[in-house]
Ligand binder design. Sequence first.
Ligand SMILES: NC(=O)C1=CN([C@@H]2O[C@H](COP(=O)(O)OP(=O)(O)OC[C@H]3O[C@@H](n4cnc5c(N)ncnc54)[C@H](O)[C@@H]3O)[C@@H](O)[C@H]2O)C=CC1
Ligand SMILES: O=C(O)CCC(=O)C(=O)O
Length: 449
Amino acid sequence: MTQSASDFQKDFQSQLEEKTPNEPEFHQAVEEVVGSIAGWYLDQTEMRKNAVLERCTEPDRVLQFRVAWEDDDQQIQVNRGWRIQFNQSMGPYKGGLRFAPTVSTSIFKFLGFEQTLKNSLTGLPMGGAKGGADFSPKDKSPQEIGRFCQAFMQELYRHIGPDTDVPAGDIGVGRREISILFGHYIKLTQKWTGALTGKGCHFGGSAGRTEATGYGCIYFLGHMLDQENKEIKDKRIAISGAGNVALHAARKAIELEGKVISLSDSSGTMHFADGMTNDLLDQVDDWKNNQRKSLSEFDGGKNADFLEDQNPWGLECDIALPCATQNELDEQDAKRLVENKVMMLCDGANMPLTAKAQEVFINANVPHAPGKASNAGGVAVSGLEQSQNAQRLSWDTENVDKRLREIMSKIHKDCIENSPDGKIINYRDGANLASFKRVAETMNAFWLS
Ligand SMILES: NC(=O)C1=CN([C@@H]2O[C@H](COP(=O)(O)OP(=O)(O)OC[C@H]3O[C@@H](n4cnc5c(N)ncnc54)[C@H](O)[C@@H]3O)[C@@H](O)[C@H]2O)C=CC1
Ligand SMILES: O=C(O)CCC(=O)C(=O)O
């Protein structure tokens, strides 16, 4: 008797969970992808014989290391560092570094797995990786952050390089940290090579990389709206987060005359009932990035109110852009958004919706773009930075932005072409199938590697 796609998925998932206990985020990411590809994969006799799915869900290697550094009181502190080199079949490993106290092997494995698929969607030669440390930059002085970055690179440098693995930023790692990491990499290796992306533009960084994830997300949203003959102008847009992705998504949305009604951080949500102006956005940017303060202390003027300990998903909005972190939007939030007649969602963060929240939107026919498609603009411009470094060239903003728009448009097209038939475009299944097919075909050609 032939096996059904859902039985195949259940069997595969239970084997994976048995093999990798205590990795809930990784299980969630794999379950979502296998749910989308099982029907197609069941027909791929040769791939199944070559255990392609099993190989695609096992990282190439998991590096874990000690990071010892000295704090401002001359006390030695010890943190844990990771680099999960997930899959190198499509190109040198590529993916960000996250510094946050809550990270774990499970979180880095889910991010590395997602990154492998995302990178394949960009069409650029990049494999997938992710890494970072259980270090909180929040309560640290600039000197402590500097010493931590150098101690972290002291181990990482031997595992990276322009043809091996090229890290970049993610939560808690921005241009300041990338600069220190890159400076120390040069010192340790005595080589100036493009071993990191997200560098300052005067030392090998690409124009537009800082903005790329947020801008790319809005370009993708533009295609989703186009598909339904709608436009961003005057739409109420709820955004979570107040970091790199959230602020640049807000910037581009305001430029296109969307009405950005929120930003948030772990202290709560700042609600701007009449929509944000560029001026207010500059103030929040300075507050978060230069003064490094919490949104709860921000004075947004008479049209802003702060919702302590709340996320933005209870606000009435047309479009929701989750741009903070994984699983930040759960089933209850999804139901509230649907009750409030949300029109569509476009992820800036990686896997910001729980599996149950995704189901709520699918059942309510609300289109939802998963991060591996809609936030791929950041890594795409990182890929362009690698190309520029390899040629020892610098492209201008217009050139990079044109390429970013083309890549986001192509990803949107790939999602549509791979979406199952239905009332709405299923971006989740479309992105999973389009990306998995590419990685799987390559892994199959590699046979046992
Ligand atoms: N930086 C990049 O180029 C890319 C980032 N991403 C993803 O986008 C998301 C945000 O990353 P970045 O903006 O780069 O980081 P960031 O460190 O610049 O900002 C993160 C923001 O999220 C907020 N935040 C963190 N945890 C939160 C929570 N539990 N509740 C509410 N707010 C919370 C922080 O206060 C901060 O404002 C992450 O999921 C990251 O993996 C995805 C693609 C590329
Ligand atoms: O630019 C990069 O290499 C990584 C970006 C990233 O971490 C992501 O896409 O989640």
